[in-house]
Structure formats: C-alpha cells, structure tokens
Design a binder for this molecule. Sequence first.
Ligand code: HEM
Length: 565
Amino acid sequence: MASPCEHHVPYTLLGALLSGGGPHAAACGGAAFLRDYAERGTNALLWAALLAVTWLLVLRLAALLRLWALGARLPGPPAFPADPGLAAGDITGYLSKLHGSYGPVVRLWLGPSQLLVSVKDSRVIKELLTKAEDKLPLTGKTYNLACGKLGLFISSFEKVKSRRESLKSFLDEKLSVGASGSSFKIIQIVLDRIDSIMARDFLDCRYFSQHMAFNIVGSALFGDAFFDWSDASAYEELMMTVAKDACFWASYAVPPFWKPDYRRYRTLCAQLKILTQGIVAKSRNQNGVLSLIDLSSSQRSERMIKDPCRGVSLLDGVISSRCLNEAAEGPLSSEEICGNIMGLMLHGISTCANLIGNILTRLALYPNLQCQLHSEIVSGHSESSELKIDDVLRMKFLLATVCESARLLPAGPLLQRCSLQQDVNLNSSITIPAGAILVIPLHLVQMEASTWGNDACQFNPNRFLKKDINFEEILAAAHKGSNGINLFTDECDKTQSFLPFGSGSRACVGQKFAVLGIAMLIASLLRSYEVQPHPALSKEMESLVDSNSLHHIPNPKIILKKRSI
Ligand code: HEM
C-alpha cells in the first residue's frame, strides 16, 4: 500500500511551490520531493548526455561511411599493404610504385578512418593547392609542442592568414628597401670568420650549411642584435637538437610525459624559449624598435632607406607593422611573438641548410659548374665593391643553380594539405572527402621524365635559363601572390611541377628571401674561396650526385681554399 506521503509529492518545482505549506507537506512531501526531484533531474541529464553522445557517434559514423564511400571511388590498393620500402621510411619509393600501378591520383588507407590521397598529375596539382587551404593538424602540433603558442604554421588557413600577410610584407620590405643598397651583412661577417672555422683541415658540409642558414635567418629576424649575441652558439645547438626530434614527439596522440626522453625534450624546448625571449628583448633594445612603433609604414621605409645598414629586425615588423595591427585579431601577445619566431627559425634553418648543403656538395663535385659560376660572379660586379642584391639578381646562372638544386632535392618528400571542413572537387571529376590527407610527392613530380625530359634526374641549371628570363620579376610575382616561383610562363606542366616552396594559399612566405639569401651566400663564398672535395669523397659518390639519390650521400667533407687575387 502506498504511504500517505507519496500522494503528496508534487511533480515539478512549480507544483511544489503551488501546493503550499501545510504541516504534513512540510514534514513529508518536502524531503520526498527533493529526493524525487534530484532523481528525475539526474535521469534527465543522463538521457540528454546519452542522446548527445549518440548524436555525435551517428555523425561520426556518417562521416566515416562517407569517407569510405568517396574513398572507394578513388583508385588505389584495397587495404594498407605491408611494404618493406615503407617500413624503411622510403615513402617516395612506395608512392612511386602505387602511382605506377594506379595512375596519377592514388588513395591509400592508413587506417579505417585515415585516408591519404597522393596527387602527381600536374594538371590538377594547382587546383588542389589552391582549393585545400588547411594543413594537417600534425604540422601545427609539431610547432606547437616545440615553440608554444604560435599563429604561423598552424592547421587552419583562416587562423594563419593575417600572420602570413604581415610576415610577407616584412620580408618584402627587408628585400626591397633600397634594394640596391641592401646586402646580407651577416654573410660577410660569417665569411670573415671562415679562416677560424677552417681551423681543421676540412669542413663538415652539413654543419657549415646549418651554421650559414642559422646566421642568415637569425640576422633577418633579430637585426644587428644578433651579430654580437653571446648565446648564439648555444642557441644554434639547442635549436638543431629540438628540430631533430620535433616531429617524433608530436606524433604521439597523448604526450608521453612518463618517458624521461620526452621530459628531457620538453626541458630543451623550455630552454630554447628562454634564450629566444633573451634575444627578442636584446633585439628590441638594440634596434630601438620602440622609436619606430608610431611611424607609418612609409615613414619607416624612408628612414630605412636613409640608413639601410641599420639592422631592422622582424620584431620591428611584428610589433609595429600597421598591417598586423589592422588585422582583426589585434596585436600579438609576447608569447605568440616568441612562438612565431622560434617556428620561423626552426623552419627557415632546416630548409635553408638543406639547400645550401645540396649546392655546396655539387660545387665540390663539379669543378666546371664552379668555374662557370665564378666567372659569372666576377664579371657581375667589381672586385672591390660589396656584393648587392641587385648584382645577384643579374646572375642568372647562379639563380638557375639554386632553382635546379631545389628541384632535385626539395626540403621534404611531400607537400601536404588537408581540407578540414569541405570536400575538395578536382577537375570536376575527382571528389576528395573532407578530412583526407592530401599529399604531393615532390621528388616524383619534380623529376617526372614526361615533364622534365629524359635528363630529369640530371643536374642541369640550363633548363631554367631562357633568353630574356627576369628573375627579379619572377621572384617579386611569387612573393606578392600566393604562388610558387613561376619560371616557365609558357610551359604549364613545368610550372605546376616545380614546387620546392609549395604553391597556393599556403605557399612558403620566405621563398624570395631564401633564394636571394642563398644566392648571395654562394656568390660571396665563391668570390673569395674555391670549394674542393675532401680527398675521401670517393668516385662512387660522384656517380650518386647525378642521380636523385643525392640525399644518400653521407655528409660530405669539403675544403674551402682561399683564391689568390
Ligand atoms: C630554402 C629555404 C626554404 C624552403 C625550401 C621552404 C619551403 C617551404 C615549403 C615547401 C612550405 C610549405 C608550402 C606549401 O605547403 O605549399 C613552406 C612554408 C612556409 N615557409 Fe618556407 N621554405 C624555406 C625558407 C623559409 C624562410 C627563410 C621563411 C621565413 C623566414 C619561410 C617561411 C615559411 C612560412 C611562414 C611557411 C608557412 C606558410 C603557412 O603555413 O601558411 N620559409 N616553406
């Protein structure tokens, strides 16, 4: 039989209020109501949570079914096949086999919910790089883990857009402010130190390239303050250690904080951040950036033209750049400035070092190439005068050598994209589902015989030389728009197949800076030194240099021999 209390338990809070007080209700109904109310409330919450989770699972399942359905329409192997080449890390070799069997667009299941699509068809590459604007979340995670909060290199294009623009205008300003008066002062400073660097009888090519790249990028970002920074060597060493492991630790879904090696890595990142904050502060004080903050862009340019040697740093641009302050997101926090600078250093040093090392190796192995470059350099400007950007822009064979080296040995094996929200429709016949990983195998595309000819794997800078080629115009156009360097206006296939700096909305912001900086370095070096191979560089390696397997050459040893004037 029901207790008398049960008949008086109101159903809702409103009911409880309306049912009034009464001694019986107060004693019995109040407690029961609260118990019952809590029970019903908990049940309702559990139901709501269950429905929400079910809804999310249904959406996830629908997305998965869609991914499977759209993925199944693309050509490719049925499941993820075990391949010894892939296990050995030869992703290019593996994709080459797949393209050979399935054509220029291939899909590969990396797992039940991970679809990779590789595109090698020059007719759709441009479309792909323009339409897919996001990067893989892993890229952002890698930089984020190493550098902390940053607004460059992150996955979403929407979030990275304004930062890219402001960096682009800084680099542009740096190269164009009184271009004829501009030189990469740091290059001369480092070259002056070569004799002490050459204290041993040979140079380690990888280390030397990395050191050069570190100085070129560092001096651009920090200005004059970088020249006499006492912590520079420690910073360089730390930066390279962090860069080496960055991708590996970011690949964990949950950071393995229980592993001592991971904790050591995080400590190194923290030390790197402290050093970065140090040089940021030094750069601000020394370059007197605060005095420039209130100047408009044109006033700043005017001041820099009057005093071009004054070390203007990226910080000037980052802090006072009008375009950045006008960007909707407002001024950057010091945390983000530091993160962006660390990210730029990591990316700029590793990519520039790769290209410099590649060129030096070829110089060491091809005396004829070196002679041709040397005569172009000495005839391009007077012996006594300082080398300027304008001089370098006239050295077509040198710039073609830089481009050809970047073609044969790009900074990484893949250009990667991802469309996080929307499907990507290519050539109005291929639909790539949202969330798929999109890659362009750079080695394959840049060495495709049907595009580049039968000598595609050979080093031949002349393929970049045409009668009236104007590198200044080409580099300026690449920098202004969001495209890669277009050296083949009349040959669409080659344009779409030369992508060392990427293309489309996420193309490299530093391409013009990198090409000119590296060309300037090589010109300055060859003017005073002859690059010779260490005798231990065997004949066997010479044959490798002609093939696309230059990256298999163990770090060559080189000798810099001073030229007699
Ligand atoms: C030889 C030197 C360099 C090479 C080969 C290189 C190559 C690349 C490549 C392939 C990308 C991705 C492009 C894409 O996905 O379409 C990239 C992105 C980028 N690069 Fe470079 N880079 C070099 C130097 C530099 C330098 C010196 C800077 C700046 C100081 C720089 C700034 C950037 C930035 C900010 C991005 C990211 C753009 C974004 O995520 O939207 N790069 N670079």
